[in-house]
Design a protein around this ligand. Sequence first.
Ligand code: PLP
Length: 428
Amino acid sequence: MFNKGQNDVKPFETKVWLSSPTMHGEELQYMTEAFETNWMSTVGANINEAEKGICQKVGCKYAVALSAGTAALHMAMKLAGEDLYGATKLGKGALNEHRVFCSDMTFDATVNPVVYEGGIPVFIDTEYDTWNMDPIALEKAFEIYPEVKVVVIAHLYGTPGKIEELQAVCDRYGAVIIEDAAESLGATYKGVQTGNFGQYNCISFNGNKIITGSAGGMFLTDNEKDANKVRKWSTQSRENASWYQHEELGYNYRMSNVVAGVVRGQIPYLEEHVAQKKVIYERYQEGLKDLPIVMNPYDEEQSEPNFWLSCMMIQRDAMCRQVRGERDSLYISESGKSCPTEILDAIESINAEGRPIWKPMHMQPIYRMNGFVTKDGNGRARTNAYIVGDAVDVGMDIFQRGVCLPSDNKMTAEQQDVIIQVVRKCFE
Ligand SMILES: *Cc1c(COP(=O)(O)O)cnc(C)c1O
């Protein structure tokens, strides 16, 4: 398959992952404690301590431990909907056919909860400086849909977006922010941790995140009433009666005390993981610096990412031909040039895991009929098979030219050097 000599490189004996869980020992101790004290449910010391620990790290007043980041986002959508549009009617979501502006280049868990609550996602294009929601496109979107009241903002790959600019646009239109900090726990913007900038904030402890509970997430807020509502909703909305009494729709979203033991054990290692990820990012930056690529960029003056994933984007004139359909991809190898598909093949050939850039939501078949706004105020882009070079928006462009590199914090410097060498060969 390769004609650039990758086959000369010996594959790693154990796979180098994109980003896998890194355990330290205390996790098992806290899980065992849950077992031995029989708090094997959704109540217990691990949950309380994990919530407290996250409040301390992030600097927020309340954290509610849930079964997933997606559950936290769902609860955030429901709160926002009820605050802005009134109580939920049974059978209708709280966002009841209202439009909600959403980051476009993100994982679909940012957006699906909008739909769970009956809202209609409208996607906002991405900027090149941090690969997050473009404040100019957001402004255009409000010009087109001034009635919108909720904006869901993710920080892709752990890099804070242009928070101040986005906040200013939202303030001007009286909209609230739901912050999806699932990928960015530990990242700061102007010295403040992400997870503090929205009216409603969410983090995730999924297995691939910067710290993990094997699963889990949290809803973060400074508003006690909101925290209490999420606590109640996530435990089946039980009223204070001796029997099961219900006045509101309930959910089974609370975190298990066993999972919370893993989270509790991981929290002290957040800074260590961030530091390791930063070293990985900088090693790639150095090792790839004379190639026609850029690393996933960040605003060095305002923000300190958590460097969750290291990514690169190939310059336009250094792209070989690559065609992507809905499920597969073809390319024609060319000397001096490369493309994400070739690089991913090369990385795979040495038993390491890379990944394409998250495919933008406006290009996803499930959301193809939804609104999408670019900084030029354009509506929609083509979503069927396309050829590199004809990208019509920033998200599609970064998707076509970008790659997520193996970013596991257990990867050794020697392994990373081999990966760098193999990526370099793609441009020979
Ligand atoms: C992982 C992730 C989520 C979802 O978190 P889960 O805990 O997996 O439910 C949401 N948004 C983004 C941007 C994510 O990367």
